[in-house]
Write a protein of this length. Structure first.
Length: 305
């Protein structure tokens, strides 16, 4: 049974743990969203609280990554304590190494490397925590210059993992997401497409990947939308449409399989889930979109907090 079949009847909103797997992140409003003392124990408790609420609300897809601090660990502990949650679909990512050492003021929070050695090391780390619970394993934050699009040895090893039942995908970032996605769709091993899932930034401010995501969907890929709230910029402020409207705009894209919530509180999660019930005229990218290069430059300046 493939991932889409397994998620049939579940919420089309998934829960991403980037915001609660580590003390520092770039989402706006973290000073009020999270405990002032962001110990491992406090962040674990918050992650488990969100997972409990998400599961009760019908969410069955959870997104983590090696670079999300202890997100995989928190999820693994929750899954162990919740044998009833056997129907949760887990997606993780490799390619960034978390380097902040649980500090918010670190000079560098994560280091990117898409080489074979990093893949093998991080796959082992993921398996040590999550065992066979990883349904989707993605190359994290691929751009057009990434060796993940050209490295034949890496492709072979990813294909071997796919042959054992794990869906292989990639996430994308930067102003050339569309070019990256199209290049990934062309990657083949033994004549078969390698990447069967794409996780990309799409939101009302930055919708440029939309046509390429439609092509990925048409090619049979799982399409997951990340950063639908633009790291909080679409949820706050006098001119922001609000979280439910922004998430609803992503859910209404015909190519979107899943849209991630990056909620850091249970109230945010409840508000995000209202997106599935938004009616009336949708918020539209043409009303608020900015040039892609400008969007990514502004995102790069968001502080880790």
């Amino acid at each position: 049974m493939d991932i889409v079949d397994r998620l049939a009847g579940a919420s089309r909103i998934g829960l991403g743990l980037a915001a609660v797997g580590r003390p520092g992140y770039i989402n706006l409003g973290r000073a009020t969203d999270l405990p002032a003392d962001r110990t491992v124990e406090a962040m674990r408790a918050r992650a488990h609280e969100l997972l409990d609420r998400a599961y009760a609300a019908g969410i069955r897809y959870v997104d983590v990554a090696r670079s999300y601090g202890r997100a995989e660990e928190f999820l693994a502990q929750w899954l162990h304590a919740r044998p009833d949650a056997h129907d949760v679909v887990v997606g993780s990512k490799w390619g960034y190494t978390y380097t902040a050492g649980w500090r918010m003021d670190a000079d560098v929070h994560e280091v990117k490397d898409h080489g074979v050695a990093t893949f093998e090391r991080q796959l082992g780390e993921t398996r040590a925590l999550l065992g066979d619970r990883v349904d989707l394993y993605q190359v994290h934050s691929v751009t057009v210059d990434s060796p993940a699009l050209r490295d034949a040895e890496l492709h072979r090893r990813l294909a071997d993992l796919a042959a054992r039942g794990t869906v292989i995908g990639l996430s994308t970032s930067g102003p050339s997401q569309a070019e990256t996605i199209r290049a990934a769709l062309d990657v083949r091993v033994d004549g078969r497409p390698l990447f069967r899932s794409v996780q990309a930034t799409w939101n009302l401010l930055e919708p440029s990947a939309g046509p390429a995501l439609a092509e990925a969907h048409e090619a049979g890929c799982l399409v997951i939308v990340k950063e639908a709230l633009a790291n909080g910029r679409l949820a706050v402020g006098a001119h922001a449409p609000g979280d439910a409207a922004a998430l609803a705009a992503a859910l209404r894209q015909p190519w979107a399989t899943m849209v991630l919530s990056g909620a850091a509180t249970v109230d945010q999660l409840a508000s995000n889930l209202r997106a599935e019930r938004v009616s009336g005229d949708p918020a539209r990218p043409e009303d608020v979109a900015v040039p892609s290069v400008r969007y990514w430059e502004e995102r790069s300046r968001l502080p880790w907090g």
